[in-house]
Design a protein. Sequence first.
Length: 114
Amino acid sequence: MLMLVEAIIRPQKVADVKAALAAIGVKGLTVTEALGAGNERGYSHTYRGAEYAMTLVQRIKIEVAVLDREARVVADAIMNAARTGQVGDGKIFLIPIADAQRIRTGEEGRDAIE
């Protein structure tokens, strides 16, 4: 079975997470800029004397497709690299993947992600 490890992290932790994933042999990942709100509920920003409520905070979404037996190792590597101990460190989701297909070769399942 295949799993998608999806992590929402702080932008300043991307380099640390990429290094941690490379250290455990992860070959491919997708990185996307995202906006979101969680427990931190945004922040206030003052611009030219006016205060603005910023309810969505900039985050990074990292997605890694792996075999199910590797998913926990990948999630732990992300958690250890992304953790600051402050509210807003993010979340990690482990999502089952029904199937995968490599477009170039037509390989399916585990062959498509290895």
